[in-house]
Write a protein that binds this ligand. Structure first.
Ligand code: WQD
Length: 344
């Protein structure tokens, strides 16, 4: 009998790619999503890739009564992957209470329901932003968690603490995954990142500039203490990231976890600068991207990239896709988007 997995935020960027990998690995998937930052059409796109249409329910996790009634009719869920959250760093600075209310209440309601359901397996989507500006690189899971630089990042830190506190006194077993910089799209070109409005993140801004949706890319600062003066990040292919979630669930179901809560960095272990990403994008896609150098972006750290040894040895997972594959898949997706792939 296939394990039944609830994926909250399953029509989102990382969520949708994870649903595909879960279905490919034989899991039965149910998606709940409030569609505040994604489209229901993604469910159809997932079915085009895997041939399996995931069960979908439009629910906001902050709606406690709606969530309870969902679980009343779905009381056989074996595990949960919790993606559903607001995640724009800049927006969280402008609207902190919306972020605290949404991201914390969603997790609390979910954990409440899981306790009643006696579902004890959760994988939580966290972020490398909990490390802030690390003193030592690469960053390990034992690197200090520093005071959050944004309400978004603080909600991730607080959610990790909530999971720790609940796992200490209940049978809940959790795996926390700290993402570095997810980019790229599924090789089919049928699912990918769907930024609403002007993208905050580098790669969607590059692809939108290349396709003509944005006039020019601003490189936020080239006076950092890095080889080419631009910031360094650990970019990871979203499909590699999705596969790590399957590995984490399998570790929980196989009862291989060594403590109530385990935490893993999900990156490649290699950092690339903004200019390296830009130049690689131009080279692999044979296209020029107009760009200018401007002031540093407040809150940016000069360099952050992961030590991924723990995920390699314990999750038996390693990122395999190259920066070239990340950037060619991102470009294919942007071209498909511009040809109206989600309107069909
Ligand atoms: C990368 C680099 C920018 C846009 C993100 C999320 C964060 C976390 C990690 C999930 C930086 C530069 C960007 C642009 C630029 N993910 N840049 N021009 O800031 O590392 O963090 O991934 O939790 O929540 O925000 O990613 O893609 O925004 O920036 O020069 O138009 O690209 O300065 O150096 P970041 P990013």
């Amino acid at each position: 009998m296939a394990h039944k997995i609830l994926v909250t935020g399953g029509t989102g960027y990382i969520g949708s790619h994870t649903v595909v990998e879960l279905q490919k690995s034989g899991f039965e998937v149910i998606i709940i999503d409030d569609l505040s930052n994604s489209r229901q059409q993604v469910v159809t796109q997932i079915e085009k890739i895997t041939g399996i249409k995931p069960d979908f329910h439009k629910i906001n996790l902050c709606d406690h009564s709606k969530l309870r009634s969902f679980f009343n009719s779905h009381n056989d869920i074996d595990g949960v992957i919790h993606f559903a959250a607001l995640k724009a760093v800049g927006e969280s600075v402008r609207f902190p209470l919306i972020y605290y209310n949404n991201n914390l209440q969603a997790l609390i309601n979910l954990l409440d329901s899981l306790a009643i359901l006696r579902c004890n397996n959760i994988v939580f989507s966290s972020s490398c932003t909990v490390y802030g500006e690390p003193e030592k690189l690469p960053v390990t899971e034992e690197s200090p968690i520093i005071k959050a630089s944004s309400p978004y990042s603080n909600t991730k830190q607080i959610c990790e603490e909530i999971i720790e506190d609940v796992s200490r006194i209940t049978p809940l077993r959790s795996i926390i995954l700290r993402y570095f910089n997810p980019i790229g799209a599924h090789e089919s070109g049928l699912i990918g990142e769907l930024p609403i409005g002007k993208p905050n993140n580098l790669v969607p801004f590059i692809t939108q500039t290349a396709i003509g949706k944005q006039k020019t890319l601003e490189v936020f600062g080239n006076d950092y203490n890095t080889p080419d003066g631009t910031c360094i990040r650990d970019y990871i292919h979203v499909v590699d990231l999705a596969q790590a979630h399957v590995s984490a669930l399998q570790r929980l179901f196989n009862k291989e976890h060594e403590s109530r809560v385990e935490t893993y960095n999900l990156g490649t272990g290699r950092g690339y600068s903004v200019l390296e990403v830009l130049n690689t994008f131009e080279k692999v896609n044979n296209i020029k991207v107009s760009h200018t150098f401007s002031q540093r972006r407040p809150g940016d750290v000069p360099a952050v990239y992961a030590n991924v040894d723990k995920a390699k040895t314990k999750l038996k997972w390693v990122a395999t896709k190259s920066l070239e594959e990340m950037l060619s898949s991102a470009w294919l997706w942007e071209k498909n988007l511009s040809e109206g792939i989600l309107r069909k």
